[in-house]
Write a protein that binds this ligand. Structure first.
Ligand SMILES: Cc1cc2nc3c(=O)[nH]c(=O)nc-3n(C[C@H](O)[C@H](O)[C@H](O)COP(=O)(O)OP(=O)(O)OC[C@H]3O[C@@H](n4cnc5c(N)ncnc54)[C@H](O)[C@@H]3O)c2cc1C
Length: 124
């Protein structure tokens, strides 16, 4: 074994977009991108989808939000039109820490990906 893969077997060959994480944000982005004709693969580390959307019957929860809209803007900024970020912590509309924020961030990231995709198609 020399570690090389047969042609056509890497995720990059099979999908236009790789999404890391099948939480609300990742699934929201996947839904919008596939509805717009892109081939999407969602990679999830757990043996279930949903992320923090999960029935939990013990105590309550708390979390430490990343403070300030500026931090969320920085977290949501794409890298080189290749790496895009979603997730409740990247929501800039006041819904950090919620499913609403996660879903909205997935749609925002999907919109960024679609714009980038269309721009590169125009450039040939
Ligand atoms: C106990 C509890 C109660 C809550 N109650 C409410 C509520 O009442 N109302 C509300 O709006 N919100 C509530 N929330 C918050 C809400 O669940 C989260 O804001 C939202 O689900 C976050 O979604 P997300 O997609 O941003 O992140 P996540 O749900 O965390 O999804 C991230 C996914 O990525 C996967 N992942 C991470 N790293 C990798 C990797 N390297 N490779 C592959 N997969 C990876 C994770 O396994 C996970 O599935 C609650 C949260 C908790 C914990």
């Amino acid at each position: 074994m020399n570690g090389s893969r047969p042609a056509g077997t890497t995720p990059g060959d099979q999908a236009d977009v790789l999404i890391i994480g099948a939480g609300a944000a990742g699934l929201s982005a996947a839904s919008m991108l596939s509805a717009n004709g892109l081939r999407v693969i969602v990679l999830e580390a757990r043996d279930r989808i949903g992320g923090r959307v999960f029935t939990y019957r013990d105590q309550s929860y708390s979390y430490v939000p990343v403070n300030g809209v500026e931090a969320q803007l920085v977290l949501s900024r794409p890298v080189k039109d290749t790496l895009f970020f979603a997730g409740e912590a990247t929501d800039t509309e006041g819904h950090v820490g919620t499913v609403h924020g996660a879903l909205a961030s997935g749609k925002r990231a999907a919109g960024e990906i679609l714009r980038s995709w269309q721009d590169s198609a125009k450039e040939g």
